[in-house]
Write a protein that binds this ligand. Structure first.
Ligand code: HEM
Length: 525
């Protein structure tokens, strides 16, 4: 078809492409075949496979593209929550996956090795499996025996001085110096608190698991930071799109980056083995000692196994803890009446120069503990998916039969927003965790045989960092809009409010623009 002036204007189909011409027939046949295939797929997935009985949207039963899209966008928890709100506690999210948000089903799935971790947890070839990555129940059980004791409350209490060094004392040193410099600026400093919490969490793992003070907070950087960021991104992208593992360059890049972190971890083990026993064992020493003490029910670990566990502590323990610290502080700052109560509890119990320990918090600061627990409920640092495989014979859950190999995703974020589990779930209400009878299903650390190994350490960090910060300094949000509302005494209007800070979940839930949204103003009290 020609346009005016003899210019050839090509439309969507040329004359040659219309049915009747050979080209047109081919296009028509291809489109017809595609339509038949899609109809067949819909019919099969909706009516034939056992998963067809599980509620959900048609599109999710025929393709995993929407789910993967939300994984990459970083709003998977919100996507799952909407589906659960519409379809109930068990919902189909892709041809082979279901998501569950019911506490009993989640406890059942996570409670035993019948439901193994999916291959998405695997480490790249050539790297030792570790406590986090292994799919083997035997290795998981054995490894948890080897490293679990390092994280017991008793052993963490022994490491208390090192924890103070990485957290309270380094913050005080840094902040007091900055405040002294800022004496002529109304004695205030503005800090990106998310960045600080990330560096503090890294320093804690450095001192405890590598036997080295990384001084990440002091220098506001450490060589591991960019490496860990890259490992996280590459791991997440290959988790969302496993076929990318076929691209040798990408696999090579991921392997090289992980290997650099592992070399770092390896050298720490070799250094420590060359030393005398240290008087108070840290996590690294506990790992080296495991299986060497008479009565230990496990084998000693090799250097490369310990290095692989140290890698996991960096990957599983830094972002999660800094996310928990950030959201708890931001929730407090957005809810001034709750902040006031925390601060008055703290300052009435301890003098300003006291260093508050975890046992101080447990005995004397019940309200702070309830704030931290409620923060982990409403903004869980790792809100999903915790995928597990249905066993070889399939399994019946929530009234539906799930055949072997179905991915059962435990949507912790959606569970925490389930109104039959937590009434008025969108309100930030620490009161629900005060008193004798506390709700049982706050599962931010997962549960069962693969529950978080670092839970006790994370809780120690959350309590110690926040209590000591709020004991000694005044903190407020730098954002003018919120602080002016606070100053105007509108605090009750903001009660129970969740900060409207944009965030993304790529494994952990973190603010998208902390340099804008997590600026806080600190000053001496
Ligand atoms: C607030 C902080 C933390 C939160 C919310 C958290 C949450 C979780 C969750 C939900 C899991 C289960 C993941 C899954 O099954 O896919 C997990 C596992 C794990 N976490 Fe944490 N975690 C935190 C801090 C830590 C720390 C500080 C460490 C160590 C230094 C750690 C080490 C681990 C390990 C090794 C596993 C794997 C356990 C297994 O599979 O047997 N976590 N964590």
């Amino acid at each position: 078809m020609n346009g005016a002036g003899g210019n050839s204007t090509r439309l969507l189909f040329d004359d040659d492409d219309y049915p009747g011409s050979p080209m047109g027939s081919i296009v028509f046949a291809v489109i017809t075949l595609a339509v038949i295939l899609v109809l067949f797929k819909i019919l099969y997935e909706r009516c034939v496979t056992p998963l067809s009985a599980v509620p959900g949207q048609i599109v999710h039963s025929i393709t995993s593209i929407p789910m993967r899209y939300h994984m990459i966008r970083g709003d998977l928890p919100e996507f799952l929550l909407k589906l659960h709100q519409k379809f109930g506690p068990i919902v189909r999210i892709s041809p082979q996956r279901v998501s569950v948000a019911d506490p009993d089903i989640i406890r059942h799935v996570l409670g035993s090795h019948t439901f193994r971790k999916t291959p998405s947890y695997e480490m790249p070839e050539g790297i030792e499996a570790n406590a986090f990555s292994t799919q083997s129940p035997e290795l998981s059980t054995h490894r948890r025996r080897q490293i679990g004791a390092a994280f017991s409350h008793r052993n963490l209490t022994g490491m208390q001085d090192k924890i103070f060094e990485a957290t309270v004392l380094s913050v005080r040193e840094k902040l007091d110096a900055k405040l002294a410099e800022a004496a002529d600026n109304k004695g205030q400093v503005v800090v990106n608190i998310y960045s600080w919490f990330s560096l503090i969490s890294l320093d804690t793992i450095g001192i405890l698991a590598f036997g080295r003070n990384f001084h990440a907070l002091k220098n506001e950087m450490h060589e591991l930071v960019p490496l860990l960021n890259r490992v996280r991104v590459l791991s997440y992208v290959t988790m969302a799109f496993p076929w990318l593992k076929q691209i040798p360059r990408l696999v090579g890049w991921r392997l090289t980056t992980i290997s650099k972190v592992l070399d770092f971890a390896h050298s720490a083990v070799i250094e420590r083995r060359a030393q005398e026993q240290i008087p108070v064992p840290d996590i690294l020493q506990h790992l080296i000692n495991a299986g060497t003490v008479p009565g230990d029910q496990c084998q000693p670990m090799s250097d490369s196994q310990i290095a692989s566990e140290n890698l996991v502590q960096l990957l599983a323990g830094v972002d999660t803890t800094s996310s928990g610290l950030t959201w708890t502080l931001m929730l407090l700052l957005y809810n001034p009446h709750i902040l006031r109560r925390v601060v008055s509890e703290l300052r009435s119990e301890f003098p300003q120069d006291h260093v508050i320990s975890f046992s101080d918090c447990r005995q004397q600061l019940p309200y702070l503990t309830s704030v931290i627990t409620e923060s982990l409920r409403i903004m869980p640092p790792a809100p999903g998916m915790l995928p597990r495989l249905a066993p070889a014979d399939g399994v019946r859950l929530g009234g539906y039969f799930l055949p072997a190999g179905t991915w059962i995703c435990c949507a912790i974020g959606a569970l925490h927003m389930n109104p039959s589990v937590f009434p008025q779930p969108s309100a930030f209400d620490p009161e629900r965790f005060l008193g004798e009878k506390k709700p049982a299903n706050m599962l931010a650390f997962s549960t069962g045989v693969r529950a978080c190994i670092g839970k006790n350490l994370a809780l120690v960090e959350l309590h110690v960092v926040l209590s000591n910060l709020l004991l000694r300094y005044n903190v407020r949000i730098a954002k003018s809009e919120v602080s002016s509302r606070q100053q105007d005494g509108e605090s009750e209007v903001l009660a129970g409010r969740v900060p409207d800070i944009p965030h993304k979940t790529h494994m952990t839930m973190n603010p998208t623009r902390p340099e804008r949204d997590c600026l806080v103003v600190l000053s001496h009290i």
